[in-house]
Design a protein around this ligand. Structure first.
Ligand code: UN1
Length: 486
């Protein structure tokens, strides 16, 4: 049996058992800060493992879906306690395997427990509606029913929050789950399986697989046993998932990329806007779909803002992600680093580098926090998502221009405005093309109890999280219930 740094089993969790992959294949995960360090060896699952997981989930569905929701919720309380009890280990593992700075990893581990507690509360909320009938002696109402087996394909960049924010509503509404973890962060997600195992969740209700999207993910997309599929990841993969799964009438939800603007008006509290820009662009090394990719600053304060942002970049703590002071750590792997550096090199031909622009460590996959200016709105970096610590400054004059240029991308996930002007806020919240809008706060971040999701090219299907999650994980049926005549 392979062991992780923390000594827990590194296996799939299927039908309530810890299993190696059917084919016995494994893969090694390395630490992006010190790449010679192996953080664990994990099952390289394939279609056979997906079949076994789907079958286990199908077998578990009748009993799980007929439990009262409050009985399902009882497992959530225990699993949330188990996650809290091991939160520091989860955070350490997350930092070691995918490089998220420890201070953010700690918050994310606790956020997972909060999501479970919120979802447990859903057990006591109405799951249908009564209507006035059109005829005598009738009850007319809707029921929300679980779908069956749902598959969750999750990314490495929020390796516990995203799996949990998908599985929590899926399970509480009575579905059973096959969860595929991000290839680059299996250990973090396996902690969730361990927490539910400790909570004595019935076997097969939650099945967790590690491995690649092309092998295990692809089978979840095509297998007719999967009734609904929620995917967070890249635009091209998301689109092909949508094509294939919708063609077989599988319900699909996609959370994809972003190209999120932060607009600074001349009356903004500049230091606050600088802080939010730094956090939005560089925390987690910019590897969030909600990261700040474009900072649009009104003429009158542009130079002042730029100086303050560059001073903040200079003062930022960059390096070892396991140091709790570190704000910016490495990117996830060598391939990602090469891609980001290549995009930076190309952008040097389109604009000026004000800060960073290169690799920050000989060994770790660290990229210096990088700020561009002078890029045209149609330059590659102004339109395409580069998933790393890279952001650009743009100068604008009127609010109309700021909104129009902020909207001039195909994505629409999150957006921020910094201003004291209520008129500007009303215009921005009414017109900006984004599913998540922040006023005087950074573009990233997501509370557990409100909808999360993009518009335009950033997503597909109902939003996630909060009460909104009920839309994806249940089907509505309408019941005309006439009383017997006699
Ligand atoms: C956040 O900003 O805290 O993959 C969440 C992503 C998004 C989640 C962002 N789906 O980056």
């Amino acid at each position: 049996m392979s062991e992780t740094l923390t000594g827990s089993p590194a296996k799939n969790y299927v039908g309530g058992e810890w299993r190696d992959s059917a084919g016995g294949e494994t893969y090694e995960k390395h630490n992006p800060w010190r790449p010679s360090q192996v953080t664990g060896i994990y099952p390289a699952s394939d279609a056979e493992d997906a079949h076994a997981a789907i079958e286990a989930a199908q077998d578990a569905f009748p009993a799980w879906s007929s439990l009262p929701a409050s009985a399902r919720a009882a497992y959530f309380g225990k699993a949330a306690n188990a996650i809290e009890a091991r939160a520091e280990r989860i955070a350490q593992d997350m930092t070691a395997e995918m490089g998220k700075p420890l201070r953010e990893a700690r918050l994310e581990a606790l956020r997972a427990a909060t999501i479970l507690r919120f979802a447990a509360g859903e057990a006591w909320r109405p799951a249908g509606e009564m209507y006035e009938p059109s005829v005598p002696n009738q009850r007319l109402y809707t029921l929300r029913r679980p779908l069956g087996v749902v598959a969750l394909i999750t990314p490495w960049n929020f390796p516990i929050a995203i799996p949990v924010w998908k599985l929590a509503p899926a399970l509480i509404y009575g579905n059973t789950v096959v969860l595929k973890l991000g290839y680059e962060a299996p250990r973090t997600g396996l902690h969730v399986a361990e927490a539910f195992a400790e909570a004595d969740l019935p076997p097969g209700v939650l099945n967790v697989l590690t491995g690649s999207g092309s092998k295990v993910g692809a089978e979840l997309v095509r297998n007719p046993g999967v009734r609904a599929l929620s995917f967070t990841g890249s635009v091209p993969v998301g689109r092909s998932v949508r094509e294939e799964a919708t063609a077989r009438d599988c319900r699909v939800q996609l959370e994809l990329g972003g190209h999120n603007p932060l607009v600074v008006m001349a009356d903004a509290e500049l230091d606050r806007a600088v802080e939010a820009s730094y956090a939005g662009a560089f925390w987690s090394a910019g590897q969030k779909c909600t990261a700040t990719r474009r900072i649009l600053v009104q003429d009158a304060v542009y130079d002042d803002f730029r100086d303050r942002l560059l001073a903040r970049v200079e003062a930022g703590k960059v390096g070892d992600p396991a140091d709790p002071e570190t704000e910016v750590g490495p990117v996830v792997n060598e391939g990602a680093m090469e891609e980001i550096l290549a995009a930076i090199e190309r952008a040097k031909g389109d604009g000026t580098v004000l800060a960073g622009g290169g690799r920050g460590d000989d060994d770790g996959y660290l990229i210096e926090p990088t700020v561009f200016e002078g890029l045209a709105d149609d330059a590659e970096l102004s339109c395409e998502e580069v998933f790393g610590p890279v952001t650009s400054l743009y100068r604008f004059s009127t609010l109309d221009e700021g909104i129009e240029r902020a909207n001039a991308v195909r994505f629409g996930l999150s957006a921020s405005i910094f201003t004291r002007d209520l008129h500007a806020v009303q215009r921005f919240t009414g017109e900006i093309g984004a599913g998540i809008i922040h006023v005087n706060s950074q573009t990233a971040g997501a509370d557990v109890h409100v909808p999360f999701g993009g518009i335009k090219g950033s997503g597909w299907g109902p939003h996630e999280q909060g009460r909104a999650a009920i839309e994806f994980y249940t089907e509505v049926v309408t019941v005309y219930q006439d009383a017997p005549l006699g």
